[in-house]
Design a protein. Structure first.
Length: 163
């Protein structure tokens, strides 16, 4: 009777639970998953707070930031405007495109280089700002301890795990 009780105790309870430990191989530990999701949520909220709680800029900085945001929308609306003008007045559009065809090739290369450097530099700057803000957020966010030191179940587990 003692052997059967010991086997059932080791499988279904009595300290270390083999069924629960085996189940975690096939199914995520719900408590640990909830802890990870909570930590991710706290980190995301801290990142949003850091992003939108930035230092105040002067009027000139705001003006330059506004100008820096113009090229992409202007180009997008310009292309849409070309399609509209081609549909509304094809002769006018054709005359303009013949003028564009007369632009020498080195000038096109120069325009391509300028646009590439503008967007490349902007991408580099924004990427560096993003990485810096993430690093600052990670440095500020204090991750709560998953388990406190005064956990009797954890102490019991540590004792059994070291045997």
């Amino acid at each position: 009777m003692g052997v059967v009780t010991e086997v059932f105790g080791s499988v279904f309870g009595g300290g270390r639970n083999v069924v629960a430990e085996t189940a975690e191989v096939f199914r995520v530990n719900a408590e640990a998953q909830a802890q990870r999701e909570s930590e991710a949520s706290h980190a995301a909220l801290a990142q949003f707070a850091a992003e939108f709680g930035g230092a105040w800029q002067g009027w000139f900085d705001q003006f330059v930031d506004g100008l820096n945001r113009l090229p992409r929308p202007v180009m997008a609306f310009g292309v849409i405007g070309l399609f509209v003008s081609a549909a509304v007045n094809p002769v006018w559009f054709s005359e303009r495109m013949h003028g564009v065809a007369l632009v020498p090739e080195p000038l096109w290369w120069l325009l391509g280089a300028i646009v590439s450097f503008y967007f490349g530099a902007r991408h580099q700057t924004k990427g560096m700002e993003f990485r810096r803000s993430v690093a600052e957020t990670v440095a500020r966010v204090s991750v709560p301890d998953a388990v406190s030191d005064d956990n009797p179940a954890l102490e019991e587990w540590r004792i059994h795990a070291t045997k």
